[in-house]
Design a protein around this ligand. Structure first.
Ligand SMILES: Nc1ncnc2[nH]cnc12
Ligand SMILES: [Zn+2]
Length: 323
């Protein structure tokens, strides 16, 4: 029912999008034992901390420019086949350094993957540099300075991922100031694992145009009203939240309640193979759970493109593809 709906995704971590098959092939290539985080059925984790360990384990298996080109091309071609016309991927200079490739080869490889996917399917893509919150304010500031140096033409945004319960948002404000002054779009993970106070802190100290998740703002009606009034778009990832047990099933997820409250809502897959999801699955489950028709679903795609960190000419071209 949702196959033909044009889709857009503005919240997906590229290392978290590596399929188990691809990771297995990379593990063979480098002779690495992955049994601590991957079995025949897929990724193995039991809570957010062990999920991050599985994520880092997979990320460490991408070590050359061609590895990253393959990762990006494989993922983006896959979601293009699901009807995705636009995608933003989170990229992490910290993971590039950890895997040994360094940032230059990392971005060059990812850029090649984006270009190959665009040529093959027409999918338009941009990259958002993220700092990792639990690596501390200095590391996030370094990631912001890196993004602000505009090391690749397809980098259009800056964000922060990682353990939301680590530290205080105010300590990261400088990183976001650096990125904002460089003209980058701003997003921040908040209201995923922590509650409304985390979202309020993010809005007050970072002034983002989008929130990564923001789902737990639902616990405070005044905050939901503020998000709607200020026009902050939510990068909601219901499948991820359900898998991580933030909500007790799709029917308990606040996506529809947020929409009804006038909040700009979008559908995203976050780290799809870790959560048994995909962008196509998110659209399909949203239709099944809340009864959305193709026009409503296309509306979420429109919201994502309106909130996208992309130049106006490309935005107009993408919006034109929805008519
Ligand atoms: N769901 C998530 N939340 C925070 N940081 C992440 N990094 C990768 N996936 C993440
Ligand atoms: Zn995320």
């Amino acid at each position: 029912m949702t196959r033909a709906v044009p889709k857009a995704e503005i919240h997906c971590h590229v290392e978290g999008a590596a399929s188990p098959d691809l990771v297995r092939r990379q593990a063979e290539k480098y002779g690495v034992d992955v049994s601590s985080f991957l079995d025949e059925a897929g990724y193995v984790w039991s809570d957010f901390t062990s999920f991050l360990a599985a994520y880092d384990g997979a990320a460490a298996l991408f070590r050359t420019e061609e590895d990253y080109a393959l990762l990006a091309e494989t993922y983006l071609s896959d979601i293009a086949a699901q009807g995705t016309i636009y995608a933003e991927i989170f990229v992490s200079p910290d993971h590039a350094e950890r895997s040994g490739i360094g940032t230059e080869g990392y971005l060059a490889g990812l850029g090649t993957g984006l270009e190959r996917a665009r040529r093959a399917s027409g999918i338009e893509c941009r990259m958002i540099v993220v700092g990792i919150r639990h690596f501390g304010p200095q590391a996030v500031e370094a990631a912001a300075r890196f993004a602000a140096s505009r090391p690749h033409a397809l980098i259009t945004g800056f964000g922060m991922a990682g353990e939301e319960r680590f530290g205080r948002v105010a300590d990261y404000a400088r990183a976001f100031d650096i990125a904002r002054e460089a003209g980058l779009g701003i997003t921040i993970h908040a209201g995923e694992l922590a509650g409304p106070e985390s979202v309020r802190d993010a809005l007050d100290h970072v002034r983002p145009s989008r929130l990564g998740h923001g789902a737990r703002a639902i616990e405070d009606p005044a905050l939901v009203e503020r998000i709607a009034r200020e026009g902050v778009a939510l990068e909601l990832c219901p499948g991820s939240n359900v898998a991580l047990k933030v909500f007790d099933g799709w029917e308990k997820h606040p996506f529809e309640a947020m929409r009804k409250a006038g909040v700009k809502v979008t559908l995203n897959s976050d780290d799809p193979p870790h959560f048994g999801s995909s962008i196509g699955h998110e659209y399909e489950m949203a239709a099944r759970t809340w009864g959305y028709d193709a026009a409503m679903l296309t509306g979420f795609t429109r919201t994502a493109i309106q909130a996208a960190f992309v130049d106006e000419a490309t935005r107009e071209k993408l919006l034109g593809q929805l008519d």
